[in-house]
Design a protein around this ligand. Sequence first.
Ligand code: NAD
Length: 245
Amino acid sequence: MTKTAVVTGAARGIGLATTKLFLAEGRTVVMIDNDTEELARAAEGLTGAVALPGDVSDPTGIDALVNVTIEALGRVDALVNNAGLADFGPIEGTTFERWRTVMATNLDGVFLMSQAFTPALKATRGAIVNIASISALRASTLRVAYGTSKAGVAHLTQQQAVELGEYGIRANCVCPGPVRTKLAMAVHTQDIIDAYHDAIPLNRYGSENEIAEAIVWLCSDKASFVTGQRLAVDGGFEASGIGLP
Ligand code: NAD
């Protein structure tokens, strides 16, 4: 029996690295992303991957994503809710529209996708991995919308673990430290890059692959007794307690 996975935000960055690791261990993967062109480019030549354009924040499109996924994979062993938006803005400068946009993808998207895929995950006693952030664990300036959305993801993960455990579904959350993806580099100024280097005990950014390894492990049978956890993959940032600007 071939195991399967669904990865959102799979067109690039951490989602694409996760897809490639799943494929390398023999899973078939549905890659969901709302950047249709980048998704098509990313999926080209990836044997075992199916590109599925879709917006995780759009409640009207979620059932279709589930149906096409089940048709393509037959079963769903793992759901990785990775699609996300970055946002840096002060409390007074964050418009309600901006706040809603961030919540819609980062938090509503995780809720909607997980809810819709729960019947399929019950059938396989599958795994959910939600991608939050170190901003879910520690507050710092300018992360009012982003940090709050990610803290919501971390708590939602625990709700899922507690409620869905009786069906054999495990739910865990990965909290990445900074990684040089398009999302991060759009908002990380040189000051922020320098501050992260100082605040992270390993004194560097992580790689997409280092985050993906943790995600794939949490989805695997090797993590069969691990659920409800928030795993910081952050070079020690959370432990250091050193602040950011
Ligand atoms: P990225 O921008 O490289 O990839 C994010 C992907 O999500 C993109 O392909 C984008 O098109 C897709 N996406 C965005 N909104 C979507 C939607 N509504 N529906 C479907 N797809 C959508 O970013 P990344 O750094 O790889 O981010 C992946 C996840 O990791 C995000 O949830 C992010 O918040 C989290 N994260 C990243 C970092 C970092 O430093 N890169 C740190 C902590 C957490």
